[in-house]
Structure formats: C-alpha cells, structure tokens
Design a binder for this molecule. Structure first.
Ligand code: HEC
Length: 151
C-alpha cells in the first residue's frame, strides 16, 4: 500500500510538472526540454514546480487530452502498473453526473482535486466530455451552475 501511494504521488508530481510547463509555454515560450530554466523563470528557489493557478484548455476534449489522459490514458482505458488508474471508457460509474463532477472537484485517493484549478465551465466541459465519449452515452449534461453549487 505504501508503495502504491508513493507511485501515485510520483505520477501526480510528474503531471504537475508537465502541466506547469505546458501553461508556462503558452505564456512565455520557455524551452520544454529544459526544466531547470523553467524553474528559474518561475522564480521558485526550491526548484519545485509551481502549481498553475488555472488550466487554460478551452474545451472538454482538450482538457481531457492535456490533463486526464496523463493517468486515464488517451483512449480512457486506464492503466494498472505501480498505481491503478481506472478506465473511464464504458464506465457505468459515470451514469450519475454528480459522481464524476465530485471526483473532479474534490479528488479521490490518488486522483488530485484537479477541478480546483478549473473554472466552473471547464469542469462542466470535461465531465460532459467523458460522459459522452469513450463508449459512454450519458446526455444529461451538467452546467457551470451545477459545478458552482458543488464546490
Ligand atoms: C494524477 C493522475 C490522475 C489524473 C490526472 C486524473 N485522474 Fe481520475 N483518477 C485517478 C485515480 C488514481 C483514480 C482512482 C481513485 C480511487 O478509486 O481510489 C481516478 C478516478 C477517477 C474517476 C472515478 C472512476 C470510477 O470508476 O470510480 C473519475 C470519474 C475520474 N478519475 C475522472 C477524471 C477526470 C475527468 C480527469 C481529468 C480532469 C482525471 N480523472 C484526471 C487518477 C487521475
């Protein structure tokens, strides 16, 4: 169990790094292949990546690809290795919209509360995207208002 948690922590750290790099690249065009320069640019004396305040992805598909796919894979089939990342494809747990909305907003064990770095609309978009793709056909879309109410 301890090893699993460590592995998930590492995965989350790696993700944070890549997301920070991606965001910073949008803003200032730093070199993606040079994390040290990026850290210096962000002014973090400890050498740790700074959590981005906000994701900038404009729609659910881009958000999925940039953020969720890192753990759940591009085709949402999930992954099992050092940690266990459940598939989101053909997942009956997505039938009740409140559940993926809650997990995205609050996190769940190895999954960070990524929705805290998204606008209400971005959370709604990515939840609606996964609930209508990868073999999921749940058309009762959630709205930014729903997300706001659950925060
Ligand atoms: C850092 C890795 C990571 C990222 C990035 C990530 N997840 Fe997860 N996710 C997990 C893990 C690990 C679990 C399993 C948690 C558990 O059940 O203990 C999970 C579980 C879930 C579940 C519950 C699935 C079920 O069957 O119960 C949903 C829904 C979900 N994630 C959606 C998303 C969405 C949407 C995104 C992108 C905004 C995302 N995840 C990004 C790691 C991640």
């Amino acid at each position: 169990m301890k090893i699993n948690l460590m592995a998930l922590g590492l995965a989350a750290t790696a993700l944070t790094g890549s997301v920070s790099m991606a965001l910073a690249q949008d803003a200032a065009q730093p070199r993606r292949d040079d994390p040290a320069a990026l850290v210096a640019q962000q002014g973090d004396a400890d050498g740790a990546f700074v959590m981005p305040g906000r994701f900038s992805e404009p729609d659910g598909e881009k958000m999925y690809r940039r953020v969720c796919a890192a753990c759940h894979m591009a085709d949402a089939s999930g992954a099992a290795g050092a940690g266990k990342y459940p598939p989101l494809a053909n997942n009956p747990n997505l039938a009740a919209s409140g559940y993926p909305m809650l997990v995205t907003l609050k996190g769940l064990n190895g999954m960070p509360p990524l929705g805290t770095m998204m606008t209400d609309q971005q959370v709604a978009d990515v939840v609606n995207y996964v609930r209508t793709h990868f073999g999921n056909q749940y058309d009762d879309a959630i709205t930014a208002e729903d997300v706001k109410a659950m925060r």
